[in-house]
Design a protein around this ligand. Sequence first.
Ligand code: NAD
Length: 474
Amino acid sequence: MNYLNFINGRQVDSDTHIIIDDPATGAPMGRVAEAHTTHVEDAVAAARQCVDQGLLTRIKPAQRGRWLHDIADALRARQDEGARLLTLENGKSLSDSVDEINEAADYFDYYAGMADKLEGKSIPLGPDYLDFTLYEPHGVSAQIVPWNFPVSLTARSAAPALASGNAVIAKTPELCPLACTLIADACADADVPAGAFNLLCGYGHKAGAHLVGHAGVDQIVFTGSVKTGQAIMRSAAQRAVPCVMELGGKSAAVVFDDADIEGLLDSIRWGIFFNSGQVCSAMSRLLVSRSRYEEVIARVAAMVDTFTLGPGIDNHVVTPLASQTQQQQVLAHCAKAVQDGARVVCGGNAPEREGFFVHPTVFADVTPDMAIFSNEVFGPVIAVTPFDDEQEAYHLANATDYGLVAGVFTQDLSRSLRAAQSLQAGQVFVNEWYAGGIATPFGGVKMSGYGREKGLEALYTYVRTKNVAIRLNR
Ligand code: NAD
């Protein structure tokens, strides 16, 4: 089937198409109309017109909320179609795809309720003045999305942007654009104003680069790699366009000697093997108190042994990576780890079968001088390192350029709070990796980026404050 761009409320084809492969087989499974620079021009013109005519702002804010609820309902109505499409283009398990479509719908519902709650404040300046603040949307919000959670990440940025009155232009990832088109379909069903939500299915270095450099764009929200983020920040600097940067990570779980091992194993299962480790906030490092070190490694290896491997459509635990390039990059990281002297507990290679699989991999005895300690792999690979005391644990956890998330596993409340204060990360999980949800703010420190998505906090990512100071008549 041919999937299309969505510009100014209409589906738009192209004279060229991007062929999408099924990572479980390597065979083509669909195609999408490639967005060219002319499509970008049309999308920016449509979004600008929506902003300039006040189609999202010169109305009662509650109406934006009603549109968002309708988008959520229309997305849920497409759950089965969307989940199947997402699994076939991305490789992830069908049940994870169902969760992703539902999470996308949840973002729209969550922010729907906030459309009329962006309240300014009044500031006391004495009897001669009345002073108050207003929150205004940026205007046209350009949003660049990666392929690991393409549908939920599109919703994560589009929902708060629309709730606060911005027009959105989302650029889908070239590897997995198809299921994102369901969000455009849902917007059409919900009758959102033309130009309020536009979807461009082009390549990053062409359509994406043209979009982020466009003079008609007022804000850039980027989720992806550090390298691309840096290129976008350079481009945005030319016009001082505000950015949100949601970048990569190399996040560590710190396991103290009193950790509950069953809870820890469940967290490792989700933390690094969910979505085959292609998660920005994956638990890609495990720092373990030396007294429990070999026990934890043995238990993780035994757990990995129980995983089934196969196509996502059959709901296996170990599903293919999203592309052959991704598979080869992960295998190269594994080869380097072996070369650097890491101990292979399991995996480190690919099964001999069709599809872009990599065996779940555990490297032990990883030291800070090894590349696998600091480099983001974006695959099902965990690096395990022992520590002797609390200070060493925090030092090791903080010893990378990244700072997206971190975790601590302990029964000691005071120690968990000390960890929360000491770990350099945008969010700290205690006794459960990925604790939290769409209502909890998310974003990085250091090279993991800046700005916050999710939660009430994200609403303020999409507005700017204007102060109004009135001199009263005497
Ligand atoms: P990527 O940077 O290669 O691509 C991300 C997006 O940027 C794609 O849509 C791509 O087409 C686009 N792009 C590429 N070059 C561009 C350019 N010059 N101008 C504009 N757009 C351009 O990243 P990826 O490989 O798709 O995603 C993996 C990375 O994303 C990992 O580092 C991961 O940690 C990160 N990530 C971060 C978060 C987060 O919330 N912090 C979430 C998911 C993924």
